[in-house]
Every structure is written in structure tokens, then in C-alpha cells.
Design a protein around this ligand. Sequence first.
Ligand code: PMP
Length: 403
Amino acid sequence: MTTTELPDSAITSVSDGDDALAWLADEAARLRAAGLHREPVVRTPDPTMVNVASNDYLGLSGHPAVVAGAHAALDTWGAGSTASRLVVGTTELHVDLEDELADFLGFPAALAFSSGYLANVGAITALAGRGDLIVSDTGTHASLIDGCRLSRARVVVTGRGDHAAVRAALRERTEQRALVVTDSVYSIDGEPAPVAELYSAAREHGAALLVDEAHALGVRGPGGRGLVAERGLSGAPDLVVTTVLSKSLGAQGGVVLGSALLRSHLIDRARTFIFDTGLNPAAVGAARAALGLLRSDAVMPDRLRANAVRLAAAIGVPDPAAAVISLIIGEPQAAVDAAAICRDRGVLVGCFRPPSVPAGTSRLRLTVRADLDGPLIDHVADVVMGALREVGIREGGIRGGAE
Ligand code: PMP
């Protein structure tokens, strides 16, 4: 395990003072002093490392059938999709994946993008523009936030899960068209949003609702179909669902689900679909194989949830609603130090600091997997508790879940 450390000399030795990018050194020093400097963790193929930082909730990214699905796609279609989807970047594999996802999730149609980020940005900007209103939950993922910003619509940000505030914003609007956007399971702490209430609010006020199911697919709902399915809303009118292939399905890519008319509109108007090279065939092949496994082993999500409950209990925080366990530490440096201690002891945990989370709520974020066994989960809990003690967090002082 290594990191790509920036040498101190890169921060202290600024060329001649006239350099237009000289301010980068000040900015780097400021971020370091605040404990907010970031380095990607560079993984090495180390089978002894326990990874509870990934979004590979069902442990499918390395599953032989999923890897074989990627290989088969590579063999047939090559390493890249070779063009944007509208030119020649759509293979029959892409279309099969879209049909299978639409069928599994209970929507008439689906459209795949090359990432979940691009799916969200593309869907929002195609559905709302200048002169429209977007009501966005404050807990939403950055890709939804960026979609709102790029849309040029008026954006009202409401408190986490505050459907009464959403209703009020929709009622008081002067714009004719409105779109409500939310995560179904918040990415940072794994708590569920009030999707059914948000849907009623949107319908009552003539608005559409876009729900990002990235952290619910394969985790919540019947057979892992997500929170929208759990709430009985699959295929509902005025509902747009986005999700990713990069979490429970262990591959990469994003997808938007809705009516056939919505799919056609996105093909015409979603810039992140039109101007982006199509999702690479290996990712499509892997995602199809993973979806096949999820369909044939409907208890995989149950195993995942049981593991999440076991890990939370061992750490002493409340039962999680999904696969994410968020341990709020407070100060960024303490979170970084605790994550480093865990890594040194063979456990990879997520470490989230501002701007990903509000100031004062830096945290460790553990993501459980369906393929971990009980003793390994208990070992993870021991390592995490030990690290927290070493950075001065006492048992009982850990805040789990939402801030
Ligand atoms: N939505 C949510 C809720 C996410 O957590 C993420 C992030 N990983 C994305 C969208 C973006 O998906 P992708 O990584 O496929 O771009």
C-alpha cells in the first residue's frame, strides 16, 4: 500500500514569483495546515488487506463470473467503445444491459452513461433549465449538486429529508416546471431518504422526482431492487431513477431509468450522453454478469445487511439502514490518523473530511460487503476500535450515522 505523496519541496520552492500558478503552493500549504490535503490510496494486489472502504457491496468486482463477463466483452468488442454512443459507441451489449436493468428495476426503459456522475449531470440538465425550479435535498451526492448548478435552473436546497420544506418550495414557486432531486440512501452515512413522501410532494405539485439509487441497488428492496422498489414506486409516473454500475454491480458506469419518452429525450438532450465516449464494453459485460448473479441469488443483499448489522453491533453504533457505517470523529486530522492506523493494520477504511462532509464531522466510513465472514467482520471492528482509542476517541464517544 503506498500513497502518491507530494514532496515538501514542491510546496516550498515556488519558481520565480511571476508564475501564474504560484498560488497553488499557498493553497497546498493551507489545505495541509487544516488537515484537508488529500492523497489517493494506491492499492497493490495484497490479498491480506481487508477492504471496507469500497462500494463493492456484494463483493462482485472480483467474482469469477463477473471477470469472465468483462473478458468476453473485451474479446468481442475490444478495449474501448471507440466512439460516442450516437456515432458507433453503442454495441448490442449496451442495449442488452439497458433492457435487463429496466426489466429488473421495473421501468419501461433505461439509458447507460459512462459513469454515475455523468448520468446524474446529464439527466438533471436535460430535465431542467433556465426558468425552471429544482428542489434539491442538502444530503445529495456531488454529481446531483453539479447537475443542478449546470442546469441554470433556480435551485432551492432543502434540509435532509425535509419533505415539508420540499412541498413548501414547490407550492410557492412561480416556475411552471419543477424537478425534485434526492439520493435514496445518502452516500455519506447510508441513511434512507423519505422517498415515498418526496414522491407524493412532487406529484401533488406537478413536479417530477429524480432519485439516485446508487447506494440502494443490491442493498435495499426486494432482491436488491432498491429503495424505490421497496416503497412500491417502481415504474411510477414522473419518477426518474438514476443508479450506478460501480457499486453493488462491481463494474463501472451509470444508468437513468424511466419512460421510453424520457430515454429518447435524454438521447436527444443529455450532453454527457451525446458528447462522451460510450461506456467501455468490458464494464458492460461485467455489469451484465453481476446483474445475472444478483438475479439468481436474491439473498445476497440479505447477507450484506446481516454483515452490516454485525459490524455495527461490534463497534457499538445503531443498526445501519444500508451498507454504510459512518463513525463521526470530528476533526479532520484525527480521522486521517485513525484511517492510517487501520491501514497499517491491514484494514482499509474510508476517511471523509470537508468539503465531502460538513465541518466538524470528519469521519471514518466503513462499507460492509456481503462476502466477508463473521470472524473477519469482528477483526475489522477490533482494528477500528483500537485505532479510534489511539486517536483519543473513547468507547461511547463515537457517533454513528447522520450528524
Ligand atoms: N451517486 C452517488 C450517490 C454516489 O455515491 C456516486 C459515487 N460514487 C455517484 C453517484 C457517482 O457514480 P460514479 O462513481 O459511477 O461516477
